[in-house]
Design a protein around this ligand. Structure first.
Ligand code: GLU
Length: 300
């Protein structure tokens, strides 16, 4: 595994095209795109890495996996009356389907769906408490205390997040937001601004991969279902292409991170901040493809 990761890293640094960082969030736009890290957590709990695996980065939408786990823990299957389980085929922040489908987002990983999930976690308490639940869950799953919210990134998105605000108000108009839009949005922006290293993120995926010794935070059935959603919806309108290339459940974030789950075999975290046209890590997707080819971990 060490040799495979070294060879993937060398190959990534040979490329010229790193993609472009997320331009709509100023704090992320200014990150150097030519960075790369990969960490793999194996069934014995062993962590193997290459590149900048100890450098924290903005995990952004990857947190939607953890907020979904937390929300399902809180509301159970009731959540599915507010959000669907189908791929959207549209971009992460699209409004199109939301209007057509009367305010019920297609899945919990598009922004509208994640805003509903966060709203479900927020009801009946202060934003700080909902955020603490998400952050504590992530810390517990990664078995690391050293994970923080970057306030500058949260503020940056708060200032420029007109599209997410539009989505939240649209959800509210359809009665699918229980809290004041600004409160839910503030919680959502802070959740997205959590920073982790690829080492921490690979560890955090161990429970979803069903690895021995991983914290028991969700049942086998729930892990399978979250993995199914990651496979079908984890890369927005690039989900089919990711499944085609990599053949594993994955979740991307516009900070350039990727969490990839090889059920019963490994949890993988990759980071490279430049994005492809779908808003998923450009080099990260290449690296996941190389890893899947080298290990034959595809579930197909
Ligand atoms: N915070 C980002 C947004 O809401 C998350 C999107 C992503 O990571 O794909 O636009």
């Amino acid at each position: 595994m060490e040799d495979i990761l070294k060879s993937i890293t060398a190959s990534i640094f040979q490329q010229d095209d790193w993609g472009e960082t997320a331009q709509y969030i100023p704090e992320l736009a200014s990150v150097d795109p030519k960075q790369f890290a990969i960490s793999v957590c194996l069934p014995d709990g062993k962590l193997i890495n290459a590149g900048a695996a100890s450098k924290p980065f903005s995990v952004q939408s990857i947190t939607k996996v953890f907020s979904l786990i937390a929300a399902l823990g809180r509301t159970g299957d009731q959540l599915w009356s507010r959000v669907g389980r189908e791929p959207s085929g549209t971009s992460f922040d699209s409004v199109v389907l939301l209007e057509k489908e009367k305010g019920r987002p297609r899945n919990p990983f598009v922004n509208a769906g994640a805003i509903v999930t966060t709203d479900a976690l927020l009801s009946g308490r202060e934003p700080k408490m909902a955020l603490t639940e998400i952050l504590e869950l992530i810390k517990y799953m990664s078995q690391s205390d050293d994970i923080y919210i970057n306030e500058d990134v949260a503020t940056s998105e708060q200032e420029t997040g007109a599209r997410n605000k539009a989505l939240a108000y649209y959800l509210k108009s359809h009665g699918n937001l229980e809290n004041e839009p600004e409160l839910t949005l503030g919680t959502y922006f802070h959740q997205c601004a959590i920073e982790m290293t690829t080492d921490q993120l690979a560890m955090a995926g161990a429970s979803l991969a069903g690895l021995k010794g991983a914290p028991a935070v969700l049942s086998l059935q729930r892990a399978r279902r979250v993995n199914a959603l990651m496979m079908t919806c984890g890369h927005y309108d690039g989900s089919g292409d990711f499944a085609f290339r990599v053949g594993l459940p994955g979740k991307s974030g516009v900070g350039g991170g990727l969490l990839v789950i090889a059920p019963n075999v490994a949890s993988v975290a990759i980071w490279s901040p430049g994005l492809n046209r779908y808003g998923n890590s450009h080099a990260g997707t290449r690296a996941a493809t190389m890893l899947s080819n080298a290990t034959k971990w595809s579930v197909f």
